[in-house]
Structures are given as C-alpha cells and as structure tokens.
Write a protein of this length. Sequence first.
Length: 184
Amino acid sequence: MLDAAGVSGLEVVSLDDVPAFDEAPETGATFEENALAKARDAFAATGLPAVADDSGLEVAALNGMPGVLSARWAGRHGEDVANYELLLAQLRDVPDERRAAAFVSACALVYGSGPDDHAVVRGQWPGVIARAPRGEGGFGYDPVFVPEGESRSAAQLSPTEKDAVSHRGRALTLLLPALRALAG
C-alpha cells in the first residue's frame, strides 16, 4: 500500500520481526481506544513507530453491536460461525430495510511517547446483513455481510476485490498522510 501511494523511507516490519511482548487486553469501549492501546504497547515494547488496528461489525438494528465485542459475540473469542449464527438469530424478525451494518476498522499510528505522538483514523465499509450465510471466502462475519452496491457477500468477493474496498483499506488510506509525515 505504501508503494502504491508513493510513500518511501519507511521499513515495514511485522510482529514476527520483533521480540515477543505482552499486549494488554482489549478493554476499550471503542475501536479507536483499542487500536491506540495496541499501537502504544507495540511502540513501548519495540521503540519503533507502530500501526495497530481494531475492527469489527456494527449493526444499526442492534444499536451498533456487536461492535468491539465482534470477535467474541457468541461468548468465546474467534468462533466465527457461532458469532454470525447468533447475529442472524438476533436479526431474524428485522425487516430487510432495517438490516444496515458496517464493518469498521480503526487504525492507530504511535510514533512517540508524548500524549500527542499518534494519529487515529476510522474506515467504514457499509452494507447490510443477509438472511443466511453465503460464500466460502473471508472470515468472521464475511458470509453474512453484503457490501453496499453488491449482490454478493464479502465471503464471495475475491481477496483483491475485498482489499480494494474494505474497512481496513479505507482506514489505511486515511492514515497515509500521517505515514507520509513520519517518512519525512
């Protein structure tokens, strides 16, 4: 993404490239709070500028839930099928015109230890919740999320199609000015 945007002067490393460190539990009330906490943990442990994200699904008929609880909506972290089956059960009687939802990604960049040495952005991918899962690709709520303007679920999109329009891609695009400034 940095190459495509013409941003140079930054070397991207992953968590696999740095010594392991403990991450605090995700206790924030918002995606932004959780992303910022993760990026601060990474910066504190490595001394390197760090980008972190927190993401999930917000459903209008459920007042924005599952929200930050998306990965553990059914009770245990990462049980994708149980999570979307619970969501579908909760929306069973909700008419199609009230099934609006959005995938959300908050991305945080922390580049210092001062209170203002960070940037946080939010990307959203609007759509609706289908009545039944469709598709084999993706993960999480992808089989039940139909992006705005699409007839296919996110699980039916190719990885390239999904990356071009997803909430993470949108958030990272919004983070580009801060990354350009960091690159000098």
